[in-house]
Design a protein around this ligand. Structure first.
Ligand code: SF4
Length: 360
């Protein structure tokens, strides 16, 4: 198989997974204007924005003779469940004969999940598969652990230096072949970040923003206009509602997913039924951020996303009841960097000005 996958967040994780299983892996291109324009051109007009971006990525990959695309599915009434079929049809209409393998959560259908894993493992023994899964899970956790530290430290330190460390760490992780190497690299970069800790101010002078929203726009920096860096630039720490480790634990590992259930239960107060995507989970995360003492929420909503449109409609009530400011940003191919920067700056200024902590 000469395979690839959509570019999303720490893409190195998917590359290493398939590489260690012995596949010929083609790294997908990072979304940019050319890719987005291509995706917009060949996608249905009212498809949600992540669908269009992924169409563009797939079309660029076709130039590299990829014959298999591996992607995740979706559950509940959301378009993610149709991505595989619709992309296949678009590519076929354009003359590309490519197989799309959709990995659905084992919680939805254990037998289907087992069959997909069996196909993707190729000639590897089950013992090797277990070792690779352990290595990749450790890699995912290591990347998330380092990134969470960066999202705090960058608010108080030289962002150029911190970003350089983050880029070097990702480069080093590209070379790993075992869980032991993951641990070694993780410790090396956590140590490098340690010296920046002295810049963190006392607890009562720290401001924190929680970022919630649809998974693709939350995880993919090239699509969300590097929103985390923008928030950090104004001296606010950031934490996202979703990290890849959480997604893997909740969706790809059998017999887990309890954390997501607990978060979704908090969201039931505003969205009673499952409406797909991460809508109910996002409401739960917003409440959870408030309970953890965060100062504001930034909600990222891709254009054309029905679940996030519903969650946006309850944000005012949530904001009023829990006394936490919420900024919703809609993201599509027209979203301009300067627009996001201005709105984020105004939102963060307002938080400091009003000091919501005093009314708590
Ligand atoms: S959650 Fe929204 S953006 Fe994501 S696949 Fe579903 S409809 Fe599209």
């Amino acid at each position: 198989m000469r395979l690839s996958f959509p570019y999303m967040g720490p893409t190195i994780v998917y590359k290493k997974l398939f590489e260690l299983l012995g596949h010929d892996v083609v790294m997908p291109p990072k979304p940019n204007k050319e890719i987005i324009d291509l995706g917009v051109k060949y996608s249905p007009e009212f498809a949600c924005f992540p669908f269009k971006v992924i169409t563009g990525i797939y079309l660029k990959l076709m130039e590299k003779n990829v014959n298999t695309l591996v992607t995740s599915g979706g559950h509940g009434p959301c378009r993610a469940g149709y991505y595989g079929e619709v992309h296949k049809k678009i590519l076929k209409d354009l003359g590309y004969d490519v197989e799309i393998i959709v990995i659905d959560s084992p919680h939805d259908d254990y037998k289907y999940f087992y069959d997909i894993v069996k196909r993707l493992k190729g000639d590897s023994s089950w013992f090797k598969v277990a070792k690779v899964i352990k290595t990749i899970y450790d890699l995912t956790r290591a990347l998330d652990e380092i990134e969470k530290k960066i999202e705090v430290l960058r608010a108080y330190s030289d962002s150029g230096k911190i970003n350089r460390i983050w880029m070097d760490a990702q480069q080093d992780f590209y070379q790993i072949k075992s869980a032991a190497e993951v641990k070694e690299i993780k410790n090396k970069y956590l140590n490098k970040l340690e010296k920046f800790k002295t810049s963190i101010p006392p607890e009562n002078e720290r401001y924190r923003i929680g970022i919630i929203g649809e998974i693709y726009v939350v995880l993919e920096q090239s699509i969300n206009n590097q929103i985390e860096e923008k928030v950090n630039r104004f001296g606010f720490e950031v934490e996202r509602s979703q990290y890849l480790t959480d997604w893997v634990r909740d969706n790809a590992l059998p017999f887990t997913g309890k954390d997501l259930e607990e978060i979704e239960a908090k969201g039931e107060e505003f969205i009673e039924i499952e409406i797909g995507g991460h809508a109910r989970g996002n409401i739960g995360h917003a409440i959870d951020f408030k309970e953890k003492g965060f100062d504001g929420i930034i909600h990222l909503k891709p254009f054309g996303c029905l679940p996030e449109l519903v969650s946006q409609s309850v944000m005012d009530d949530l904001s009023e009841k829990y006394e936490i400011p919420v900024l919703t940003i809609s993201i599509d191919e027209q979203t301009a960097d300067a627009n996001v920067l201005t709105r984020v700056e105004a939102f963060l200024d307002m938080i400091k000005e009003k000091d919501y902590r005093e009314v708590m």
